[in-house]
Design a protein around this ligand. Structure first.
Ligand code: GLA
Length: 383
């Protein structure tokens, strides 16, 4: 029988150190984050990976060309951290870059791809975020990402290849063939509504370029950051709870990896509830991984609808209002392949309040708050 197991059958979920901590990382922080992830039952909700981002190594390789974990930050080395993380029921992620230097100026993997991949495998790494800074002008990105794609595939361990490419050089067309399981498609997210809106608008027409084992990564979540954190580029004011909910619902509907960026140890109840919303996560993790399609709504040019077909025949329907005032968003079932002649209606379940809303025919038009959303899981029922 063929083995159909793959490394990223649905979008990877986890936590990454960059958004809140940038270079201020160390063994104690990472282990306490692993504790917090386990205590809040995040692995059970689907968040498998704990990922250390940039700034974990010394600024120079050793005499054998090996990367050296900074002994002040990680006095016991990375294997011990990996073991600790694994002991909490999590998988362990690390970071490198396709250029000779990482974005923060630490050694990158250029011309060391194969020995670095082996090193990561020896440490017990399960996921590698692979950035795009300081690369040589003479080499195109497909070549650089292909190198690490081959190296990881042959390093002796299953390692998810999370390409962080920022959406240049038409990445959508070639990144799957380079072996990546996810690919960052935009510039860095910031903790502001403007940044979320900008990322979403830039990716709405790229929905078809993703699916099992190669997902469009719209960047780490800023949910629950509220302008906090040590990264001055990212922590710029924060969002409202309504905006964080819309952000999470969009990442879920659009099939992006869900990588938490806030400090889990101090997240508030609202943040925890949102990040563990099983109905939104089920849409993101639906086994068929269909991309969603977009519909517009005639009364509000700043609102739009996303529809995603789910494996069991249900449809996930998200209504999003980017305008500055609350407004009705009209949903015509005709537009979703359900004309009156089908004899079918939709039974609505609200994924934000977790309530059944009953059956609607042909048309539904709820009020959606400014910068807010409504997300439903709808079963097709005959009338
Ligand atoms: C780039 C990436 C970020 C982060 C930083 C680290 O900007 O896009 O996600 O990894 O580098 O320096």
């Amino acid at each position: 029988m063929m083995n159909h197991r793959t490394l990223a059958p649905t979008p990877p979920m986890g936590w990454n150190s960059w958004n809140t901590f940038s270079e201020n990382i160390n063994e104690e922080l990472i282990c306490s984050m692993a504790d917090a992830m386990a205590a809040h039952k995040l692995p059970e909700a689907g968040y498998q990976y704990l990922i250390i981002d940039d700034c974990w190594s010394l600024k120079r390789r050793d005499d054998h060309g090996k990367l050296v974990p900074d002994p002040e930050k990680f006095p016991h080395g990375m294997k011990e951290v990996a073991d600790y993380v694994h002991g909490k029921g999590l998988k362990f992620g690390m970071y490198s870059c396709c250029g000779p230097l990482t974005c923060a100026g630490y050694p990158g993997s250029f011309e060391h791809e194969f020995s670095d991949a082996e090193q990561f495998a020896q440490w017990g790494v399960d996921y590698l975020k692979y950035d795009n800074c300081y690369k040589p002008n003479t080499l195109a990105d497909p070549m650089l990402y292909r190198r690490m794609g081959v190296a990881l595939k042959n390093c002796g361990r299953d390692i998810v290849f999370a390409a962080c490419q920022w959406g240049t050089e038409d990445v959508w067309h070639w990144i799957r063939s380079a072996g990546a399981h996810t690919y960052r498609s935009t510039e860095d997210i910031r903790d502001s509504w403007t940044s979320i809106e900008h990322i979403v608008r830039s990716q709405l027409d790229k929905q078809c370029f993703q699916g099992p084992d190669c997902f469009n990564d719209m960047d780490m979540l800023v949910v629950g950051m509220y302008g906090k954190g040590t990264n001055p580029y990212i922590s710029i004011g924060g969002c409202t709870d309504e905006e964080y909910q819309t952000h999470f619902a969009l990442w879920a509907m659009m099939g992006s990896p869900l990588i938490i960026g806030c400090d889990i140890r101090s997240m508030n109840e609202q943040t925890e509830k949102l990040l563990t919303n099983a109905d939104l996560i089920a849409i993101n993790q639906d086994p068929e991984c269909r991309s969603c399609y977009q519909l517009s709504t005639w009364s509000n040019p700043e609102a739009f609808i996303l529809v995603k077909h789910l494996q069991n025949g249900d449809m996930a329907i998200g209504l999003f209002n980017f305008s500055d005032t609350a407004s009705n968003v009209e949903l015509n079932f005709w537009d979703m392949g359900l004309p009156a002649s089908s004899g079918c209606a939709l039974r609505f379940y609200d994924c934000l309040t977790h309530q059944d809303l009953g059956t609607q025919r042909e048309y539904f038009s709820p009020v959606v708050p400014s910068h807010g959303c409504r997300v439903y899981r709808c079963a097709v029922v005959s009338q």
